[in-house]
Design a protein around this ligand. Structure first.
Ligand code: FNR
Length: 391
């Protein structure tokens, strides 16, 4: 568990953030991860959220298979004629400027630890100029008092902030209630998560996925805020992406296979036959690199975000070269935060940015957006996936 969010004076006492060129408030103390399940007597939602954080942070819920980004071999440029300082990583996502093409993907909320995680990571995203995603707002719909666990605007007044809700939940909600939930947390945009795999593997999860597309159409037409649709580790195919773009969705996070497996996480929480089904399907999904390559080749009219196993600056560069506009990460940021507090998460993200800058120079590209034009060779299993793109 991470200790409650530290005030500034505490930050000075423990030296937090002062060794960086930007100041980030540090949690007072961070106890290293212990791979335990939450106490069985804890309320259901608290228990589920705690289990998710514990299992995900430990890596026990990660895919064994690769996201295939290693199949993108960028071609070295021995005569770059560039200074590292000239490399520009700035970009836009849904019209908002980012200092680097990175987003901290939606993770959590609804619990005390979730509140600390949201405020700490949002503050880091603000300082680094990245986009930030809240975890699913569902807990605060059931219990309005939990809204505080998603409210990060004091820590991150100008971060590009995504509120997050599942499609099944949104289908049950009036558009004006969705708008109120976003208003309540000060979100700029809505992230709609698709998670049929997770729900089927989750004890007591949803079984009825009808009406989703009509909901997405309605929200695109009436919400008055930009919408990004994301998967949660199983990936988005070209047919689904085209359908979403035709419905008016301007951004899609593919959240492909190869990073966090939600079927895998739920399999670890389930019992009996349900756990067996989860174990059988824990590697289910389209690898992240295949999704991005497919969507770019299909000319899908939406901004593409790549998440699912992006772990290094080189991974990020490879995803951008395939056609992503921005990359997003969840598990490694959470793991770094649990390991070494705000300092650890900041250092981790700064390392991704640094690595991405180096790769831009090594392929001779001054602007990160030009990575999409950098010469590359597609190797191994990824070559097969890209050669057999379904229509
Ligand atoms: C997630 N993810 C997620 N996604 C979402 O849309 N709403 C949510 O509430 C959550 N919650 C959540 C909790 C934890 C602990 C993790 C690790 C992840 C999914 C996440 O946003 C992302 O799409 C996938 O995890 C793939 O990225 P990584 O983890 O491989 O970098």
């Amino acid at each position: 568990m991470i200790a409650p969010f530290a005030p500034d004076d505490q930050d000075r006492k423990n030296g937090g953030g002062r060794s960086h060129s930007f100041s980030v408030r540090l949690p007072r103390a961070v106890v290293k991860y212990r791979p335990t399940m939450a106490h069985p007597a804890a309320p259901d939602i608290t228990r589920r959220k705690a289990d998710h954080l514990n299992i995900a942070a430990s890596g026990a819920g990660s895919f064994a298979r690769s996201n295939l980004l290693e199949g993108v071999q960028l071609v070295h440029m021995a005569l770059p004629e560039l200074s590292l300082d000239d490399v520009s990583l700035s970009t836009t996502l849904l019209g908002r400027k980012l200092a680097a093409p990175l987003m901290i993907a939606g993770i959590t909320g609804g619990t005390k630890e979730g509140q600390t995680i949201n405020r700490t990571l949002a503050a880091i995203a603000e300082k680094l100029g990245l986009a930030f995603g809240l975890g699913s707002l569902r807990p605060m719909l059931d219990r309005p008092a939990l809204a505080a666990t998603f409210q990060v605007r004091k820590a991150a007044p100008s971060v590009f902030l995504f509120g997050n809700l599942g499609l099944a939940q949104l289908t049950q909600m009036k558009t004006r209630d969705v708008a109120s939930a976003l208003e309540c947390v000060g979100a700029d945009a809505l992230c709609v998560h698709l998670n049929a795999g997770q729900e089927l593997a989750q004890p007591g999860g949803d079984r009825d996925f009808r009406g989703g597309l009509a909901t997405i159409r309605r929200l695109c037409a009436d919400l008055g805020r930009p919408i990004m649709v994301k998967e949660t580790g199983c990936g988005i195919s070209p047919a689904v992406a085209r359908t979403l773009a035709d419905a008016g969705v301007p951004a899609i996070d593919v959240s492909g296979a190869g990073g966090t497996s939600w079927i895998g996480i739920e399999a670890l929480r389930a019992r009996g036959e349900q756990a067996a089904r989860g174990r059988e399907l824990r590697e289910w999904g389209i690898p992240t690199a295949a999704c991005v390559g497919w969507l770019a080749a299909a000319g899908v009219r939406a901004e593409i975000v790549a998440s699912g196993g992006v772990r290094t600056g080189l991974d990020a560069a490879r995803a951008l070269a395939l056609g992503a506009r921005v990359v997003a990460m969840a598990q490694p940021v959470l793991a770094a935060l649990r390991e070494d507090g705000a300092k650890g998460a900041t250092a981790y993200l700064a390392g991704i940015i640094d690595g991405l800058r180096l790769v831009c120079l090594l392929v001779g590209q001054k602007n990160v957006a030009d990575l999409a034009r950098a010469p590359r060779v597609i190797t191994g299993e990824l070559a097969s996936w890209l050669a057999q793109r379904p229509v």
